[in-house]
Design a protein around this ligand. Structure first.
Ligand code: HEC
Ligand code: HEC
Length: 199
């Protein structure tokens, strides 16, 4: 009986350690998982981005932008609060965890005509820096993958740069975003939503 109780205690302690913190003693990712999901595919609110399979360097770069104020979390302050006091090492641990998750399909609806127009716009204005997540050069591309990202997040993020809620890292991107005309944003978002190669 005593041996049985001891074994149960040991088991529940192990399960508790595994579930309460993926990297026990280093960083609990529970808070991040609450919004981005265990699988990094984004949960509940459609403006919570997919971060599964995003190259480590891009995740780190984005988190540092929230920490140093280049991205200001105007609609969801809890995102900035969650990363505000992370050390460089913790940022890397979080980036490694989410980068290692499989980036699945988002199954977003899209309009085929708008997506075709968006593909041309992407080539002309964005493709030099933003490549699909499964491209062999994705980790070395200058921009974060947009193909297969949640549509509402992409829309939200582009508007954030245009409104000044985010400072773009590169003036070249700011210049390209300002070239977009009425309707172009919709076309681009439909194009990125049409990406299905992860299926
Ligand atoms: C309350 C929900 C919430 C929590 C908690 C949260 N996030 Fe976020 N995350 C968001 C939202 C919303 C954005 C976009 C915010 C913006 O730019 O204004 C975002 C953006 C990001 C991005 C940028 C993605 C990209 O493609 O540029 C990364 C990386 C990220 N979060 C990682 C984390 C990590 C790591 C944690 C935990 C330490 C965390 N988040 C906690 C909601 C959340
Ligand atoms: C010169 C390279 C470059 C070009 C061209 C460029 N971008 Fe970017 N983009 C970046 C970089 C670098 C980042 C990440 C740093 C930042 O937030 O500025 C980024 C980030 C983004 C993000 C945020 C992604 C995320 O996950 O949070 C969006 C949305 C975006 N770009 C859209 C576009 C669109 C649409 C175009 C074309 C109209 C474009 N970019 C053209 C380099 C570029």
């Amino acid at each position: 009986m005593i041996r049985f109780v001891a074994r149960q205690l040991l088991l529940s302690a192990t399960v508790w350690m595994l579930s309460s913190s993926v990297f026990a003693g280093v960083l609990s990712l529970d808070v991040c998982i609450g919004c981005h999901g265990h699988d990094g595919m984004g949960k509940s609110d459609p403006t919570y981005p997919v971060i599964a399979g995003t190259p480590i360097g891009h995740i780190e770069e984005a988190i540092f932008a929230y920490i140093d104020g280049a991205r200001r979390c105007v609609t969801e302050p809890r995102m900035c609060e969650a990363v505000a006091s992370l050390s460089d090492k913790q940022v890397t641990v979080a980036a490694m965890y989410f980068s290692n998750q499989v980036r699945g399909p988002t199954h977003e609806d899209f309009d085929a005509d708008l997506a075709a127009k968006g593909a041309e716009l992407h080539e002309r204005h964005c493709g030099a820096c933003h490549v699909p997540p499964h491209d062999e050069n994705a980790a070395h591309a200058i921009g974060i993958p947009l193909h297969g990202q949640r549509a509402d997040y992409i829309r939200f993020a582009i508007v954030a740069y245009l409104r000044g809620d985010r400072d773009p890292l590169l003036d070249t991107m700011a210049h390209e975003l300002h070239q977009l005309e009425a309707g172009d944003l919709d076309a681009l978002v439909n194009y990125y939503s049409s990406y299905r190669s992860a299926e």
